[in-house]
Design a protein around this ligand. Structure first.
Ligand SMILES: NC(=O)c1ccc[n+]([C@@H]2O[C@H](COP(=O)([O-])OP(=O)(O)OC[C@H]3O[C@@H](n4cnc5c(N)ncnc54)[C@H](O)[C@@H]3O)[C@@H](O)[C@H]2O)c1
Length: 257
């Protein structure tokens, strides 16, 4: 039996990585999917793969995202699930970030999530309910060195998730996922290094690198009736890497991470 029959799902950042994998998993579970992304070519390809729709928008631009959300709602007939997934990373010492870089990292990762919630909630309220999943990170639970604005933005996403869960219960459930290091284009620089990859695997209790499908499966679960009594939760998907006594951070720090 499929988990998401008849669900109408919008995925921001669905052109690549975890977003594209989630589009495929949701489609396999019976959902209709719309992808919103700045990457038009990638977004169209990802949407075509799931017989879905694509709308171009930058999530840090509130008007553009609102317009795309409404276009998606019209194409799908409703929006019952929103995955606020679009995100960008970067790595440098905190004092080296320019105002522009700070604004961009916080604008996409945190404000983009807020813009998504603000666009989708009235649609969900009008139809009597829905489900939102935000993309946070273990960096939002405990910061990763050199990812200051990213970590701060992801901590904000976790807080915003809990606030929205309180505000929109009982009709809209709001949760987030916090992956560890997952193999996607975002982490190709790190995981493409064979030596570093071996270190990551050794430092991970489940002894492998996480895949986009690992996270997509967690998102499918949170969107499904199996999670019908779960709201305001931050689901960590990290193979156990950041449990208190794994020392994964100390091991990675030896490699400048
Ligand atoms: N890969 C990891 O290890 C990891 C770990 C924790 C959290 N995450 C989070 O997962 C999410 C997806 O990352 P990924 O690893 O799949 O990366 P990715 O680079 O493969 O995919 C990100 C997608 O977001 C899109 N995007 C970027 N900026 C955008 C904007 N302003 N508006 C609309 N779309 C935009 C990109 O075009 C791309 O399609 C991000 O929020 C990221 O922070 C990833």
């Amino acid at each position: 039996m499929s988990l998401l029959p008849g669900q109408t799902v919008v995925i921001t950042g669905g052109a690549s990585g975890i977003g594209a994998a989630t589009a495929r998993r949701m489609y396999e579970e019976g959902a209709s999917v719309a992808v919103i992304d700045v990457d038009e070519a990638g977004g169209r390809t990802a949407a075509d793969e799931v017989e879905g729709h694509f709308f171009a928008a930058d999530v840090s631009d509130p008007d553009a995202l609102s317009a795309a959300m409404h276009q998606a709602a019209e194409a799908l007939g409703s929006v019952t699930v929103l995955f606020n997934n679009a995100g960008i990373g970067s790595a440098r010492p905190l004092h080296d970030y320019s105002d522009r870089q700070w604004a961009k990292l916080v604008g996409v990762n945190l404000a983009g999530t807020f813009h998504g919630i603000r666009s989708a909630v009235p649609l969900m309220q009008a139809q009597g309910g829905g489900c939102i999943i935000n993309h946070a990170s273990v960096s939002g639970i405990r910061p990763t060195r050199f990812e200051g604005p990213y970590s701060a933005a992801k901590a904000g996403v976790i807080s915003l998730t809990m606030d929205a869960a309180l505000e929109y219960a009982p009709i809209i459930r709001v949760n987030c996922v916090s992956p560890g290091l997952i193999e996607t284009p975002l982490t190709a620089g790190v995981l493409g290094n064979a030596e570093l990859r071996t270190v990551v695997e050794a430092a991970t209790p489940l002894r492998r690198v996480g895949t986009a499908v690992d996270v997509a499966n967690a998102v499918v679960f949170l969107a499904s009736p199996l999670a019908s009594y779960i709201t305001g939760h931050n689901l960590v998907v990290d193979g156990g890497s950041y449990l208190p006594n794994t020392q994964a951070d100390a091991i990675l720090a030896q490699f400048g991470m």
